[in-house]
Design a protein around this ligand. Structure first.
Ligand SMILES: [Zn+2]
Length: 482
């Protein structure tokens, strides 16, 4: 089986982990667990992007050196592993010495292949995006994503990357479904068709020292994107560990829609310039807003992943991300919406179904052997429902895969209402037991389906079925708090 490499974007460490990144990394975790379930060896990478002018200024404002500043933030991202029950096996930091050496090697290769040159230039720059902005991208003279930032004029001699050399190769690349969803592939294709321009990939160290030094030119440091994107390679041991690189590359990359061009055009042309294969797949997430607005401290609508876990538990967050957040488009998330979903789908839905079925089965003396569960699982995996679920996960549509599970839950609720085993048991105890075994088997199936999506819930359901007694802590109902 083909080894599988999946990576999130590396969040920029200028603020605490936000809900949008929790969505991205939970999705990547679900896909990583799914591939392991199928038997693939999986490399699941995340980490932190730690260079650039925005970080340099924030650290300077706080009177601390940038390394201390990024060390503190990087830790806040590492705690997501336990908080959100994530299974990454690598965490790369762009200030790691190995990554810095890889970025320098990448630069050297691209330079030797003739795709780097030096020139004087002048641009408008959004420090929020750490990107150049052309006039056509501006709204009221400002970056539409960062309307509170003033655009800055950069006027200096820097190194340029000859991205224009790769327009034809990119258009050829977009003939395969590199980007998901299709609409985003169309968007980046149209962008590249309009023309690809060379862009600056360095800054004067005298103005902005917080970056990877340009090889053989200590007066310049690398542009933050040029260094950060190389982390997808350095994470798997590139350049010196060629065995590891050849085993894992190319990667499946998750990112937000504000990363579409950087990941599917800029990064792909950088790979071509270095003579390396393109990425396998780029999955574009929508934005998360709250009550129709971008989350912000000043509005007071920020939902932190830690707050949601504290209130509802980790699997409630994973459920919400899997089933209630649009797989590719923008979604509106509020604590009330999470609470409603928790009560309806988890406490009253799944939790109630498991608890009353197990209680009836225990009371009526239903016993099931371990061999039985193995057989149930084998039959499940041969079923058309499982094929449907697997197909959705294979195409990264976690929402549709989750719908398969909750459709089952609805059907089982109806089955119990119609068969009424709690009444039948008085006149036909064997018939009632048979009805319950039917539901128990389906619950084992649900536990199997939930393994990648809600691992700890999956295990609690399986344990309840093995012991025919309810495992602790399966979604106690949360009363409405306003
Ligand atoms: Zn911006």
């Amino acid at each position: 089986m083909k080894p599988f490499y999946i990576t999130t974007t590396l969040p920029y460490v200028n603020s605490d982990p936000h809900f949008g990144f929790a969505v991205e990394i939970i999705r990547a975790d679900i896909i990583a667990r799914w591939k392991r379930e199928l038997g693939h060896e999986v490399f699941f990478n995340t980490g932190t992007d730690e260079h650039g002018i925005k970080i340099y200024r924030k650290a300077t404002e706080q009177g601390i050196d940038p390394q201390t500043y990024v060390d503190g933030f990087s830790k806040q991202f590492r705690v997501l592993r336990e908080l959100l029950d994530l299974s990454w096996n690598n965490f790369v930091r762009t200030t790691d010495p190995h990554h810095i050496a890889a970025a320098e090697k990448f630069w050297t290769i691209v330079n030797e292949r003739g795709y780097i040159y030096k020139k004087f230039y002048s641009i408008k720059y959004c420090v929020g995006c750490e990107l150049e902005k052309t006039d056509s991208e501006l709204v009221d003279g400002k970056c539409p994503i960062h309307p509170t930032y003033e655009l800055e004029l950069i006027n200096e001699e820097n190194y340029f990357f000859k991205a224009s050399a790769f327009q034809a190769q990119l258009l050829e690349l977009y003939k395969r479904p590199l980007v998901l969803p299709d609409s985003r592939l169309g968007e980046v294709r149209a962008f590249v068709e309009r023309g690809v321009e060379d862009f600056s990939i360095s800054r004067l160290a005298s103005k902005m020292p917080w970056g990877v030094p340009v090889p053989n030119d200590p007066a310049q440091v690398m542009y933050v994107w040029f260094d950060a994107l190389v982390s997808y390679l350095s994470a798997i041991g590139w350049p010196e560990n060629t065995t590891s690189f050849e085993k894992w590359w190319p990667a499946v990359q998750y990112c937000g829609k504000d990363n579409l061009r950087q990941q599917s055009a800029m990064w792909q042309s950088m790979l071509a310039a270095a003579g390396l294969p393109f990425s396998e797949k780029i999955i574009i997430n929508g934005f998360i807003v709250s009550d129709g607005k971008k989350m912000s401290k000043s509005i007071g609508n920020v939902i932190s992943p830690a707050d949601v876990v504290a209130e509802f538990g980790v699997d409630a967050v994973r459920y919400y991300v899997a089933r209630r957040v649009s797989p590719f488009e923008d979604s509106d998330v509020t604590m009330d919406k999470i609470r409603d979903a928790f009560n309806a789908d988890l406490a009253n839905g799944l939790g109630n179904l498991v608890s009353r079925t197990i209680k009836m089965a225990a009371t009526y003396g239903v016993t099931v052997s371990r061999e039985h569960w193995a057989e149930v699982e084998m039959n499940l995996k041969a079923s058309s429902a499982y094929a449907e679920y697997a197909g959705h996960l294979d195409s990264y549509n976690i929402q549709l895969a989750s719908d398969v599970i909750w459709n089952d839950i609805t059907k089982l609720d109806i089955f119990i209402q119609e068969k009424k085993p709690f009444i039948k048991v008085k006149t036909d105890p064997e018939g009632a037991k048979a009805d319950l075994v039917y539901v128990l088997d389906a619950l084992w199936g649900i536990a199997v389906y939930l393994r990648p999506i809600m691992p700890s819930t999956s295990e609690k359901i399986a344990e309840s079925l093995r012991t025919m007694s309810l495992a602790e802590g399966l979604f106690p109902r949360k009363d409405v708090k306003k």
